[in-house]
Write a new protein. Structure first.
Length: 479
């Protein structure tokens, strides 16, 4: 998320990929802005299409960009905007970039008024609900961008330069592509190799070893895990691939499709009971239910806990704290194996596009918004992003020739080890309110704080999913 850097970085977040502030009810924004779809926003006239300007950008039109100010920051976008200004010097003084953590509340009046920005990094705790944005015809189809020649190699279309699955993530059951996920996030269990070495340990590849290591750490006054209790939807970053590893990708597919009793699958129960044992045995840092994402990351970076569920944006977001320990050696682990009966091998993990960018349909300069994304997907901008924020991008091969910091090098290594065993849950893309406010806060957060047993949490989540499936105002998606 970006970033935050993050769930999105985070991207997924996002960052995670969900960072920083209490989420507002997603439908309040989208029901308000639904009326603006197809309205008469003031559109810039198209420019002249050419080899250097394949999207026919009006070279003197202004460009309005809004970036989520999370763990990735906005310097990478400002650098890309400077490249855009070089290509369109007449627009240089009219190109502006605004950063905010409050995407939804900042942009709601603008969507309602029919004058949204030209490009939006729709990430963070106030992320707008993609499913409703799509169903209310609020977004520009980005296939024109994907079919344009890439910045680096005009013989290749932009879509041909992206990592597998990135284009599909931006689609909602049709051929239109509504979202471009810029970061490429590796989710999992993040840890310090240096801190494990102090316990004469390595990352536990089985859950029994995970519990044994947490017990060992507890005897030395160190917690096994911490997490952002104010935003417990971080737990799925490691919990969902754990479920998929145990029961296979079909379990996650049924969950994404809101199928009846999907959450009552034995793999879900096994994963929930395993995580609940962390609470029951006292392996979670005291006070974690009251921490936000930064506070939990700080406690973890200070060595108060060994593990934290997160996305690859964490390296940038916790850089100052990590730098204080030269032996930290940030790394990420895939979900530990629960048993030999797991359907997928050790190394299976969740990795997917993060930091989602959209071009509003009412944008004044939609072509300019897409052109800036084209610039960002060039090797120069992508490598700048990698160096600045320690995250992969959706540009395949963008790391070539770049010296990666420890966490990102670890993420790249586990991604290579996973091979085809990469999972990509879609619930958080398709049903934001269900994922964050209900499943995350209303059930998983309650369970990990000890206020709800696993069976109660599962029953509650299934009810949330059933209610969403029965709600005719919510557009449904399937994979």
């Amino acid at each position: 998320m970006g970033s935050t850097s993050e769930f999105n970085r985070r991207d997924l977040v996002k960052r995670a990929a969900a960072m920083g502030i209490v989420a507002l009810p997603a439908m309040s924004f989208l029901s308000a802005c639904a009326s603006s779809g197809g309205g008469g926003g003031d559109k810039a006239a198209k420019g002249i299409k050419s080899a250097k300007n394949p999207l026919a950008v009006n070279d003197s039109a202004g460009l309005d960009v809004v970036i989520f100010d999370g763990g990735f920051g906005d310097a990478y976008a400002k650098n890309a905007l400077a490249e855009y200004a070089k290509a369109f010097p007449k627009a240089a003084g009219k190109a502006k970039l605004t950063s905010t953590q409050k995407i939804q509340s900042t942009l709601q009046p603008r969507f309602n008024g029919g004058n949204p920005p030209d490009l939006v990094d729709n990430s963070g705790a106030e992320q707008m609900d993609f499913g409703t944005l799509v169903s209310k015809d609020q977004l520009t189809d980005l296939n024109a961008l994907l079919d344009a020649p890439s910045i680096d190699d005009p013989a290749k279309k932009v879509r041909e330069t992206l990592r597998l699955g990135v284009v599909e993530m931006g689609q909602f059951g049709g051929k239109e592509t509504w979202i471009l996920y810029y970061a490429y996030t590796v989710y999992g269990v993040w840890y310090s190799r240096g801190n494990l070495a102090k316990l004469d340990a390595e990352y536990p590849e089985t859950w029994d070893d995970m519990l044994a290591l947490c017990a060992k750490a507890k005897k030395r006054g160190i917690a096994g895990w911490t997490y952002p209790g104010k935003y417990p939807y971080y737990f799925p970053f490691s919990l969902y691939p754990f479920i998929g590893k145990i029961g296979g990708p079909e379990v996650l597919r049924r969950i994404d499709n809101l199928e009846p009793n999907a959450w009552h699958d034995p793999a879900v129960r096994a994963a929930f009971e395993a995580y609940y044992e962390l609470y029951r045995k006292g392996y979670i840092l005291k006070g974690s239910p009251g921490l936000d994402h930064l506070q939990s990351q700080n406690a973890w970076a200070e060595g108060k806990a060994l593990f934290i569920p997160n996305g690859s944006w964490v390296e940038n977001e916790s850089a100052k704290q990590i730098a204080q320990d030269p032996h930290f050696q940030l790394a990420v682990g895939a979900p530990s194996s629960l048993s030999a009966a797991d359907k997928m091998p050790y190394g299976t993990l969740w990795a997917s596009g993060g930091e989602p960018y959209i071009v509003p349909k009412q944008a004044h300069n939609a072509e300019g918004g897409m052109e800036l994304l084209r610039v960002m997907l060039g090797k120069k901008a992508a490598q700048n992003f990698i160096r600045q924020v320690s995250s992969l991008t959706s540009l395949d091969g963008g790391t070539d020739g770049v010296e990666l910091p420890p966490g990102l090098a670890s993420a790249q290594a586990v991604l290579e080890k996973a091979g085809k065993n990469v999972l990509n849950p879609r619930l958080q893309d398709w049903y934001v309110a269900l994922q964050k406010e209900k499943i995350g806060v209303g059930a998983i957060g309650e369970m990990m704080a000890g206020r709800m047993r696993p069976d109660e949490a599962i029953k509650k989540i299934q009810k949330y999913a059933d209610d969403t499936r029965a709600d005719s105002s919510v557009t449904k998606y399937k994979r």
